[in-house]
Ligand binder design. Sequence first.
Ligand code: PLP
Length: 300
Amino acid sequence: MQSLGRFKNNNLYIKRDDLLPFSFGGNKARKAMYFLDDIKRTNSDCIITYGSNSSNHCRIIANLAASLRVKCIIISPEEDDGSTFNLQMLNYFGVDIIRCAISNVSKTIEDTVVAMKCQGYTPYFIMGGGHGNLGTQAYVDCFSEIMNYESDHNIQFDCIFHASGTGTTQAGLVCGKLLNNHNTKIIGVSIARRNPKGKQIVLDSVNEYMTSVGFTDDYAGQVELIDDYVLDGYGKYNTEIDQTIQNVLTDYGIPLNRTYTGKAFWGMEKYLEKESIENKNILFVHTGGTPLFFDYLRRM
Ligand SMILES: *Cc1c(COP(=O)(O)O)cnc(C)c1O
């Protein structure tokens, strides 16, 4: 956690999950530690997951599998081309990459799990992006860290912004807030999905997690996902995002990227202006993606 001082007439803080100590950090590193325990518990010896060429999740899981000396299979949409550092690292760790049409992803996953079982493996499947209750748990625990910082520094965050993709990070923060009766506002800046679907997916994760810990209620009012800064979808960026990345690196020495954190930080800036939010304590959760910063740099 770091204070960045005054920003657009607010006090800005940043939670540096990009500095988590595994495989270039990020929210997927935080989630992966929960999967690691489950992989060990189930004695699995083959990890299967999916994601695009630029997926941070796939990089982290590939690194995790390599560290455990277990097989790793990554299913990736063939529509998606272009070399990225995350993809290079998958090859570096020697994972098997299976390409298929997006429409065929579910079937390919099922077939791969069956095929590996037939070969005598105990496969462990992880949903794309580390979606699911374990991933949500990771950000429930992150919310506790945020609350510890608040009590140590005698402040209260009025709003927490972050990049929202599969919605698990947001669901975890929202559940953490609910379980602790905290009244901060969690604002997910959608990087791809549009509402109402995007919000519904976060809400489904919130409901699933809250049910698993014995609570049910109508949590719809708790999920604030803004889709005004999605542009034309996943991975799409504009010159304002590039300018934001340059400003944040120059002013604070913090790398963002075009797909997630740069887009979310830019969205946060626009939202603060649009809603005339002033003199609040604002927290930005830096969800990582350091290798994507270097993709951006290479393409400049
Ligand atoms: C995956 C990812 C996100 C989105 O997290 P979700 O939990 O999928 O919503 C945000 N930022 C970065 C850098 C990511 O890799």
